[in-house]
Design a binder for this molecule. Structure first.
Ligand code: SF4
Length: 353
């Protein structure tokens, strides 16, 4: 892979997962359940854990939600982040409940005295704070000076909070600068990366439904990660959060930043195709979801590009008029009609479970 060297940021521990430094880029998501409903929230977190989520965030909107955090944490295996706005007391309860990180915007948590109380509680328990700045919550003077979607406004807004926390002697900081506008968001992270050494949480806010959000996040994260910027990512989608994790993992995989998952290579098909390849690809993709190994599988429609592509794969298929070739480690091991081929292929894949 030809990514530029990763920027060595200050390392922060979020429970057992580290963010920054030379640790792998982690994938985060956020639950969509009511945090007060412990069973539903734990159930969704287990689904996200299964999909490969590294860190999970939950919204804390009232005292009951805050008081549910210890029990949620007890029932899950990945670090738990409390997302808190407006109410500093909720942040204090979350810290007491033993959360692994707090995400807040010091600009809306109250005055500096309240923020200082939160910082003291986090410091005592080694809980990092993510300063989450959004284009939607910029200070008025910055909007007046730079405009709402200006990268400089996002960076300056975050830097004010960073300075505030630093003045309180707190440096366990992660920063995010979220915007729904990709080009501005990318520029904001580039600027921030030059200004500070704190780890950066990448996110495109209000990215949209599955397809649109995947494209926006892939473009934004792809540009930044390729430049070595970004320590943890969250793909925001108006969809099941499990999809956020799958997309996040695939973005990392496409840049060679995550290796513990299969890669499926398949051709787009064209008029040369003589069999139902899309159905087969869909079924193979499903099977691969349950495999957590860095294998490469290639499913190709014909012998124009097929033999070359499958030669570099662990398992491959090359389509033909009456039969398809099944290839293992570059060698054809069977030539079978479509229905038998699928059975043999799935059997081969089972070996990697
Ligand atoms: S591998 Fe064959 S079927 Fe697939 S796109 Fe290329 S030429 Fe078309």
């Amino acid at each position: 892979m030809f990514n530029r060297p990763r920027k060595q940021t200050r390392q922060v521990s979020v429970g057992a997962v580290k963010i920054g430094g030379d640790t792998p880029v982690s994938v985060q998501s956020m639950t969509t359940t009511d945090t007060r409903d412990i069973d539903a929230t734990v159930k969704q977190i287990h689904q996200l854990e299964e999909a490969g989520c590294d860190i999970i965030r939950v919204a804390v909107l009232d005292k009951k939600a805050a008081e549910s955090l210890a029990e949620i944490k007890r029932q899950i295996s990945i670090p738990l982040v409390a997302d808190i706005h407006f109410h500093y007391r909720l942040a204090l309860i979350a810290a007491e409940q033993g959360v692994d990180k707090i995400r807040t915007n010091p600009g809306n948590i109250g005055d500096d005295v309240k923020m200082e109380t939160v910082v003291a509680a986090c410091k005592e328990r080694h809980i990092p704070i993510r300063i989450g700045v959004n284009t939607g919550s910029l200070e008025n003077d910055l909007v007046q000076q730079y405009g709402r979607y200006s990268p400089e406004a996002l960076v300056e807004s975050a830097m004010r909070k960073v300075r505030l926390l630093e003045e309180m002697g707190f440096e366990d900081i992660v920063i995010s600068l979220k915007s729904s506008e990709v080009a501005g968001m990318v520029e904001a992270y580039r600027l921030m990366s030059r200004k500070t050494n704190y780890p950066l949480h990448l996110g495109v806010t209000e990215a949209g439904p599955l397809q649109a959000g995947t494209i926006k996040s892939s473009v934004a994260f792809g540009l930044l990660l390729h430049e070595g910027i970004g320590d943890t990512i969250r793909v925001s989608l108006s969809a099941d959060p499990v999809e956020e994790v799958k997309v996040g993992k695939k973005i990392l995989q496409s840049l060679g930043l995550f290796s513990n998952m299969p890669e499926l290579v398949s051709c787009p098909t064209c008029g040369r195709l003589q069999t139902d390849l899309f159905g087969l690809i869909g079924r193979v993709e499903k099977v691969l979801e349950g495999i957590h190994k860095p294998i490469k599988v290639a499913v190709m429609g014909c012998n124009v590009n097929g033999p070359g592509e499958v030669a570099g794969a662990d398992i491959g298929v090359v389509g033909g008029a009456d039969y398809l070739s099944l290839v293992r480690d570059g060698k054809v091991i069977a030539k079978l009609p479509p229905e038998q081929l699928e059975e043999a292929l799935l059997k081969e894949l089972e070996r990697f479970r």
